[in-house]
Write a protein that binds this ligand. Structure first.
Ligand SMILES: Cc1cc2nc3c(=O)[nH]c(=O)nc-3n(C[C@H](O)[C@H](O)[C@H](O)COP(=O)(O)OP(=O)(O)OC[C@H]3O[C@@H](n4cnc5c(N)ncnc54)[C@H](O)[C@@H]3O)c2cc1C
Length: 411
């Protein structure tokens, strides 16, 4: 038997296992998937935990529930990829060989990359990019009496680049509506970008929300270090921002396994062909999700759209055919803006977010680049779509992997 080996049973790896099991010739091929954790986390739900909107039951389920029965699941830490020997070494030093390798090991926060950040960690400095971080921040916010709350992005790229914006918009709503202390809270958004978001057209639309919600934005802030005892962020060019409570998005990095295997760039992301999703260095290695260096958003929606493309390419590769399926960088993200409203953006490598309707031209029901209550309902429904459709590799009707141009104002 030949083996497809999938590293990582998170969003992308689980989707790939479900897609491929339906397509392979099971007399010739078998699929094995490896992950170090027993639990699957719905990471978009981490945004809602600090505000007591979601709890653990919304975001945590056993990984095994979402993997096909015919797929072999090994729960252990992966130590090394040896591309020359076509094998992967596990934590107990045993190894497992592959004919095709799919790397889906994602990325994680690396607070130690910024001097001083760890000094105030989980005292006055919190994250919401991990389950533990979002729960610790929820506990902090339950008793916090107000002061200066700073939301801070260390450097790009980060997973879900809109999540920090959503956090600060929800914070405005939370302190006003739920805690009734908004007049005692100063909100500041500190970013290394020159505006609120990576995509300029979207940043322009979002920019009016900052003064409307009385949120200060500090752009072009490249952090040098944190003085935790003084509660101060210091930039490379000597600017300072004080805080009482810092909600930071630390540097995001691929797993150390990628560095140990000599497969990554300086942030441990794997150089990957942005259209075929094949590793640039090894033709029998494919990369999907946050682990790759493709210039698309690090988002579950990208893993979902590119998963359909990668499945086609893996089948072609098995049959010694050229990789003709091309990923266009399609991303689709709701931006929760508080008060039961959200915006929606849909874009790809070449096309910035524009106005229009989604997914049906002229009908919607969702509006692009516009704050609506229906978009908010879409964001909340996404949790169910994620657990019961996306992870299982079930396509969403009317939403193909490539970005549709119909219904969009592209002028
Ligand atoms: C706060 C937040 C909000 C978000 N909001 C959205 C959103 O609204 N919309 C959206 O589309 N996306 C959102 N995302 C992003 C989305 O969750 C990720 O892009 C997606 O989960 C990436 O999938 P992945 O499979 O690449 O990585 P992951 O799902 O993180 O899976 C990686 C897996 O690899 C395993 N692994 C790593 N290294 C090893 C090793 N050495 N040995 C064994 N196992 C290993 C890990 O245990 C993990 O299970 C959000 C993310 C965060 C943090």
């Amino acid at each position: 038997m030949k083996r497809i080996l999938i590293l990582g049973a998170g969003t992308a790896g689980t989707m790939m296992a479900n897609h491929l099991i339906k397509k392979i010739d099971k007399k010739e091929w078998e699929i094995t998937i490896i992950d170090k954790h027993e639990k699957h986390y719905y990471q978009p739900g981490f945004l809602f935990i600090p505000f007591d909107i979601y709890s653990e039951k919304d975001v945590v389920k056993p990984k095994i529930n979402f993997l096909p029965k015919e797929v072999e699941y090994i729960q252990t830490s992966i130590d090394l990829i040896d591309p020359d020997a076509k094998r992967v070494v596990l934590a107990d030093s045993t190894s497992i060989s592959y004919d095709i390798l799919i790397v889906a090991t994602g990325c994680d926060i690396a607070p130690d990359e910024t001097e001083g950040l760890s000094d105030g960690w989980r005292k006055d400095i919190f994250d919401f990019y991990t389950f533990e971080g979002s729960v610790a921040l929820r506990d902090k916010l339950r008793t916090w009496q107000g002061g200066k709350l700073v939301v801070h992005i260390t450097e790009m790229p980060i997973k879900c680049p809109v999540a920090p914006l959503e956090f600060i918009f929800l914070a405005d709503w939370f302190f006003k509506e739920k805690k009734n202390i908004r007049d005692q809270v100063e909100l500041t958004f500190v970013t290394p970008l020159n505006s609120a978001f990576t995509k300029q057209k979207c940043a322009d639309v979002l920019s009016h929300l900052f003064p409307e919600k009385n949120i200060e934005i500090v752009p072009n802030f490249n952090v040098s270090h944190v003085e935790a005892d003084q509660r101060k962020l210091v930039s490379l060019d000597g600017k300072e921002v004080n805080y009482d409570l810092l909600v930071t998005i630390p540097t995001n990095m691929g797993d150390e396994l990628i560095e140990r295997s000599g497969l990554g760039d300086e942030l441990n992301f794997i150089p990957t062909n942005k259209h075929t999703l094949q590793s640039k260095a090894h033709e029998d290695i494919f990369v999907i999700g946050d682990a790759s260096d493709i210039p698309a958003s690090k988002a579950g929606s990208v893993a979902h759209f590119s998963g359909e493309i990668l499945t086609e390419n893996i089948i072609s590769f098995m049959n010694n055919k050229p990789l003709t399926a091309h990923f266009d960088g399609h991303a689709n993200c709701y931006i929760e803006s508080g008060y039961n409203k959200a915006l929606l953006i849909d874009f790809n490598y070449d096309q910035e977010p524009v106005k229009g309707t989604f997914p049906l031209p002229g009908i919607g029901p969702f509006s692009l680049l516009k704050e609506t209550k229906i978009n908010h309902l879409g964001k909340m429904a996404f949790k169910h779509i994620y657990w019961y459709m996306l992870l299982k590799g079930i396509p969403i009707p009317t939403v193909p992997p490539h970005m549709k141009t119909s219904g969009k104002n592209l002028s």
